[in-house]
Design a protein around this ligand. Structure first.
Ligand code: SAH
Ligand code: SF4
Ligand code: F3S
Length: 474
């Protein structure tokens, strides 16, 4: 191996005031049609940031004339876009890498690439070097735009390569995109995270919080609109601090939502909001603008003030409940969902009861719930705890029962209502019906003609069930 640059979590933690560099995507002129006659397969783990990155990687491969396949036996290149958020997510990837060993034995020309958040961790890179020697390319989140160059090197030199940078990060504009969906698109509005919640690896794997210039975002959204896109989801680890990193800050996330809705985007969503920077100005914009969908994903993590403090979440249970209250007052029809971690070090039964209490009071209509997972290099990894796996699993189970009630309540309230649905395609479970999402982001199966696919239609809800709605187009 000749090219090797390994990650360093300590360096990844540094934050400076230095200006964010904005690059244009460029490829060496001598790299052309690398993929003629070759196939690729990508596996994506983790959050929407990774899904959006996968669409970029796909775009770059298609530009090189690779074609996509979902059959491992026939592919020339397999790329795993990894997630480091919990141990379980990492184990899945290691399992997959183990499985690929035998494919490489059958086809020694198979190129195996590992990308995303896991390569940003020292331990992962060391483990790959030691146990998964059949991996050819390892690169991280800061150098996605260099992937084709790495691939060219590996294909021509027949050597493997590890190139991971632990830096604050820059922004690359005008990257190619191969979007998976014809009607809904992800649009990154910011990268990285400066929150440093004590349990979380993301600030280390994704660099500092940096907002894209609004001109680029607007240009991208205009282009999507011209191509018939109906729904845009704005992405960032903490979208409501959009713009706060600009030198002369005078353009907020609320301003961006207004400008995008002025462009005539039929549906705007955003993900994720940190409760800390959720301003009244922002609530007003979401309430007033019809194109901003009435669904807010607002991760709370815990209902115990002691635990919230140890997590470095920067709000109390009371402040969170007050925010939720203000949101419901401005938008009685809104759906709020959340993320919750149970079993954080030192969480007692009483702390957990505070979480259940907060869930009851917040009227959540859904939640992603997790057992705390220790992440090497984060502050919480050094916290002592006596919570056993059994206790954590029991809490998760009790929490999920409560969360599921909210899910059901959130669907039942639409029984016999007429709602607007973006029809996305034929239902996976029943080829006789179509499926889509309501404005509140509820999954719906509906009877309608296939011509409505890609359209927003009015639908009468006939049956509201726990996990989905059933309806008929009017
Ligand atoms: N930036 C987003 C969340 C990104 S990670 C936000 O702050 O809202 C998605 C979710 O994973 C988090 O909300 C949290 O609930 C969960 N998570 C993060 N780190 C975790 C860990 N170490 N163990 C268990 N769950 C974790
Ligand atoms: Fe992780 Fe907290 Fe940043 Fe979300 S806000 S990505 S939970 S550090
Ligand atoms: Fe996972 Fe990285 Fe997203 S750790 S949750 S893929 S930012």
């Amino acid at each position: 191996m000749e090219r090797m640059n390994k990650p360093d979590l300590r360096t990844a933690r540094k934050r400076s005031k230095s200006e964010v560099l904005v690059n244009e995507y460029q490829l060496s002129k001598d790299i052309k049609d690398l993929g003629l006659g070759k196939k690729f397969l990508i596996q994506t783990h983790g959050c929407q940031a990774n899904e959006a990155d996968t669409e970029i990687i796909k775009g770059m491969l298609l530009e090189q004339k690779f074609t996509e396949t979902d059959v491992l036996e026939e592919t020339d290149l397999v790329l795993i876009n990894t997630c480091a958020i919990r141990e379980g997510a990492e184990n899945k990837v290691f399992g997959e890498l183990g499985r690929l060993k035998s494919f490489k034995r059958v086809n020694p020309n198979l190129i195996i690439a590992v990308a995303g958040c896991m390569p940003q961790e020292e331990a992962t890179v060391e483990r790959i070097l030691k146990t998964y020697k059949h991996v050819d390319i390892v690169f991280g989140t800061h150098n996605i735009s260099k992937f084709i160059e790495y691939l060219n090197y590996v294909m021509k030199e027949n050597k493997s390569l590890i190139e991971v940078f632990s830096e604050e990060g820059h922004i690359t504009e005008h990257l190619p995109h191969a979007r998976d969906n014809r009607f809904k698109a992800w649009v990154n509005i910011m990268y990285g995270c400066d929150e440093f919640c004590t349990y979380c690896i993301v600030p280390y794997t994704r660099g500092k919080e940096r907002s894209r210039r609004k001109e680029y975002i607007i240009e991208e959204v205009k282009d999507l609109l011209e191509r018939g896109y109906k729904e845009i989801t704005l992405l960032g680890q903490n979208v409501n601090s959009y713009g706060l990193d600009f030198e002369n800050y005078n353009y907020s996330f609320a301003n961006l939502l207004e400008d995008l809705s002025d462009l005539g985007v039929p549906r705007i969503r955003f993900q994720t909001s940190h409760p800390k920077d959720f301003s009244d100005e922002l609530i007003d914009v979401i309430a007033i603008r019809d194109s901003v969908m009435p669904h807010i994903h607002l991760p709370v993590q815990s209902g115990s003030n002691k635990v919230l403090k140890k997590m470095n979440r920067k709000y109390t249970k009371e402040q969170y409940l007050d925010l939720v209250d203000r949101i419901y007052k401005a938008m009685p029809n809104v759906s709020i969902t959340t993320d919750i971690i149970v079993g954080f070090p030192t969480e007692t039964e009483e702390d957990f009861q505070d979480t259940l209490d907060l869930v009851r009071k917040s009227n959540f209509e859904g939640a992603f719930t997790f057992v705390y997972s220790k992440r090497k290099g984060t502050p919480a990894a050094t916290y002592e705890t006596d919570i056993t796996e059994e206790i954590a699993k029991d809490r998760l189970h009790r929490l999920n029962e409560l969360v599921n009630e909210g899910y059901k309540r959130g669907n039942l309230r639409f029984q016999d209502h007429t709602v607007k649905v973006l029809v996305e395609g034929i239902s996976k479970n029943n080829p006789e019906v179509l499926s889509g999402r309501t404005e509140n982001n509820k999954l719906i199966n509906l009877k309608a003609s296939k011509e409505t696919i890609g359209q927003i239609v009015e639908v009468r809800i006939i049956e509201a069930k726990t996990w989905s709605l059933e309806g008929e187009a009017l």
